[in-house]
Ligand binder design. Structure first.
Ligand code: 0O2
Length: 250
């Protein structure tokens, strides 16, 4: 999920170069009409992403300060490219209109949160729920991974966007996963680009085994994390202080 600039996206949709202003191809009248109308909808989704990112960054810093544990490793966001919006509407057999995009596409605003531990994924889910954002759909691919091994928690949330004269609730998709899950998903996407269809059966076993290895890594890192917390409780100075004796200076 790459960051994407709003102006760049609108320029792409109209096939107008953001640098030279030249129009690089012909669009049908209805597509151009769609281009003109889409701007406001995309801007509203950009605002939703902005609101969400602000909250996530505050929680990240707050937890780091108050609990000496930052539950967020990194965040990525994107507004769906206008070309992708048109493609998705066509793929779903829907009319390429503003109303159709607004009513049927729930992933125009997308935010991905990558966390150190699985427990952090659910902590962020709970913080979202407790902080004025309604979760309208949950797909828990961590509890039930996809057949290829894909793991992530997907939420559709309603983000209140505070405009100057009203509050609009905008749907955004948020994907939460661990660093290990993110590594697998990012590389899987590179090897098996979604336009290429499902991987051949002989690759599926290896792909699933790699996903299981990532899950095993998560479990082992969780174990280490708990061990460190326990050591801190028993010996406040941590594992380093267990022996009690200072090493001679070298
Ligand atoms: P992009 O460019 O990543 O946004 P829907 O979106 O509802 O039509 P679906 O499959 O029901 O389709 O939605 P789901 O299961 O919530 O998955 C949507 C997104 O999750 C995908 O977005 C991917 O980002 C991610 N995802 C789902 N399955 C996989 C997978 O097997 N591998 C990887 N690497 N990512 C996955 P898009 O639409 O593909 O595009």
């Amino acid at each position: 999920m790459q960051n994407w600039s709003f102006n760049d996206g609108v320029a792409r949709l109209s096939r107008r170069s953001p640098v030279t202003g030249e129009v690089a191809g012909e669009r049908t009248g209805s597509e151009l009409e769609f281009v003109r109308e889409l701007g406001g909808l995309l801007l509203m989704h950009k605002f939703a992403v902005d609101e969400l990112l602000t909250k996530l960054r505050i929680w990240s810093e707050e937890f780091d300060y108050a609990h000496e544990h930052d539950p967020i490793e990194h965040i990525a966001s994107r507004i769906k490219r206008p070309e992708s919006i048109m493609q998705k509407l066509r793929r779903k057999g829907l009319p390429v209109t503003l109303a159709s995009a607004r009513d049927h596409l729930t992933d125009i605003a997308g935010v991905r949160v990558v966390c150190p531990f699985v427990s952090d994924v659910y902590l962020i889910r709970d913080l979202i729920r407790r902080n004025g954002m309604e979760i309208v759909q949950t797909k828990d691919y961590i509890a039930e991974p996809k057949p290829n091994g894909y793991r992530s928690l997907h939420l559709l949330i309603r983000v209140p966007v505070h405009l100057s004269d009203r509050v609009e609730k905008v749907t955004a998709e948020i994907q939460l996963r661990t660093i290990a899950m993110d590594f697998w998903a990012a590389v899987e996407r590179k090897i098996f680009d979604k336009s290429g269809g499902a991987p051949r059966p002989e690759f599926s076993g290896e792909l699933k085994a790699a996903a299981d290895a990532a899950a095993d890594l998560d479990a082992r890192m969780k174990g280490l994390h708990e061990l460190k917390a326990l050591a801190r409780e028993v010996v406040p100075d941590g594992i380093e202080g267990l022996g009690g004796e200072e090493l001679p200076a070298r």
